[in-house]
Design a protein around this ligand. Structure first.
Ligand SMILES: Nc1ncnc2c1ncn2[C@@H]1O[C@H](COP(=O)(O)OP(=O)(O)O)[C@@H](O)[C@H]1O
Ligand SMILES: N[C@@H](CC(=O)OP(=O)(O)O)C(=O)O
Length: 454
């Protein structure tokens, strides 16, 4: 039995949803269908989730919401018409959305999460109605009724252990189950969404809970590529990749699969297959515990921007017991998580995602580091990208860091930071954001050109 998740691009229009139905019909073992909100139909289009965020913000600011509401409703109407569904489903969706907008706004994150989640919730209702209309025995299942329990982190919820036992019971439902991705409920009934792109997480939780044989993740590309196809021309396809490699690459910028979606299936040993809704006969990419083919040291190279560096120097830092702990504690108290901490004898840098910072926070942190840690120098630098080279074979390969550094140097770009992950499956380079794409292309040429990918 399979859990099949269809991403935003796969459910963005009536034409796409017809392809989904054909895929589901073609294989009776596809019992659990997890769906996203309608995504982009073309490059400059807006995802319904983004339209819903705009709607929620307008409501919070007491602005006129009707126009924004109709932008969302029109997407569903166009889909319903293309699928030849009558008005009933659109009326259900409009009523649902209006009731969410009229909810209490005293806790803003709760209000926004509730509106955001309607994207997948209403799409699941619509897709189930369509399946039924074409004679496919199907039912929409609500995550609350099903017991998808999560902790109380707004926009970043995580499943609670109890969720897996609750969802196991869905195995006994008849027909195809259509399940909305992206959100769950706390034990006291509060709706919480996962991180953006989090329908992948729902699919993984469900696959682990019902002990699926395979978790299929349908998207708009034939496979996971060795590098972002929007930056590198025709990158090589990856046939098989380990959970560990995929998590490193997803976290560092491969937007095709959410990094947090790997843990539930990894723990249960359920293989994942990334497939293309527009070309379902293509074999796709398998994510597995152990790869057969290890002939190349590097499996993929990813890049992501939006990083800042906190630089701290103090003479004799190496002799001071607890300096690193105190520094990280200051960040902890500002609710900032960190990515890397490369250090020298008298200095340390902390790499953080820039979206966690603002000018006041930065000023507070710098002042505390100067006053409490008596640092000689402290400052923030912004607009950095992290380029990460990943491969299970890297720990047995000599000279790889030198090859990477020289490929980067040949682009004329400066390396601001190098970090070898402790697991030795990854090597990260901090570079200026403006050099990101040319470095990614140079590294791709260094490690992949003229090599057969297995
Ligand atoms: N290394 C990669 N391999 C494949 N796709 C990638 C990679 N890096 C970025 N992408 C992008 O991820 C996109 C698919 O992810 P996403 O837009 O989240 O799809 P969905 O709508 O199915 O959730 C692809 O269209 C592709 O442009
Ligand atoms: N719709 C949500 C969740 C999601 O997973 O979407 P997608 O499958 O389009 O990445 C978002 O845009 O974040």
């Amino acid at each position: 039995m399979k859990v099949s998740k269809f991403g935003g691009t796969s459910v963005a229009s009536a034409i796409q949803i017809k392809k989904v139905a054909a895929i589901v019909k073609a294989d009776p073992s596809r019992k659990f269908i997890v769906v996203s909100a309608p995504g982009k139909r073309y490059d400059t289009d807006k995802k319904v989730t983004d339209l819903l965020i705009e709607l929620a913000i307008a409501a919070i600011h007491k602005e006129e919401v009707e126009e924004k509401l109709f932008k969302v409703l029109d997407r569903y109407k166009e889909i319903a018409q293309g699928l030849e569904l009558d008005d009933t489903i659109c009326n259900v969706i409009e009523e649902d959305l209006r009731s969410r907008i009229n909810k209490d706004q005293s806790i803003l994150e709760l209000f926004v999460d509730n509106i955001k989640a309607s994207g997948e919730d209403n799409n699941a209702k619509l897709i189930s109605a369509y399946f039924t209309s074409i004679g496919l025995d199907s039912q929409y299942v609500n995550p609350r009724t099903a017991g998808l329990l999560v902790n109380d982190l707004p926009e970043r919820a995580q499943a609670l252990p109890q969720a897996y036992d609750n969802l196991y019971a869905l195995k006994h439902l008849s027909g195809v189950v259509v399940f909305p991705g992206f959100f769950g409920f706390t034990p006291n009934g509060t709706l919480r969404t996962f991180d953006r792109g989090g329908s992948d997480i729902t699919g993984s939780i469900l696959a682990a809970a019902v002990k699926a044989d395979l978790y299929e993740n349908f998207t708009d590309v034939d496979s996971v590529f060795c590098a972002n196809p929007k930056v590198v021309n025709h990158p090589a396809e990856i046939e098989e990749i380990t959970y560990r490699e995929m998590r490193e690459l997803s976290y560092a910028g491969f937007s095709v699969f959410h990094d947090e979606a790997l843990m539930p299936v990894f723990k249960s040993g359920i293989p994942v297959c990334i497939k293309n809704t527009n070309n379902p006969s293509a074999p796709g990419t398998k994510i597995v515990a152990k790869r057969k083919n290890n002939k190349r040291p590097v499996t993929g190279i990813s890049a992501d921007n939006g990083f800042s560096i906190l630089y701290v120097s103090k003479y004799l830092m190496n002799r001071e017991i607890g300096f690193g702990r105190k520094l990280l504690q200051i960040l902890e108290e500002e609710h900032i998580s960190y990515e890397h901490t490369p250090s020298g004898l008298d200095d340390i840098s902390v790499i953080v995602r820039s979206h966690q910072l603002d000018p006041e926070k930065e000023a507070r942190i710098m002042s505390r580091v100067l006053n409490e840690l008596k640092a000689d120098d402290v400052h923030f630098r912004h607009h950095f990208s992290m380029i990460v080279i990943v491969g299970e074979g890297m720990n047995n390969s000599t000279g790889l860091a030198a090859r990477a550094a020289s490929a980067i140097a040949n682009t004329g770009a400066n390396i601001e930071m190098i970090n070898q992950g402790s697991s030795e499956v990854s090597l990260s380079f901090g570079v200026q954001e403006s050099s990101e794409n040319k470095i990614l292309r140079a590294l791709y040429n260094e490690f992949f050109s003229a090599v057969t990918v297995g």
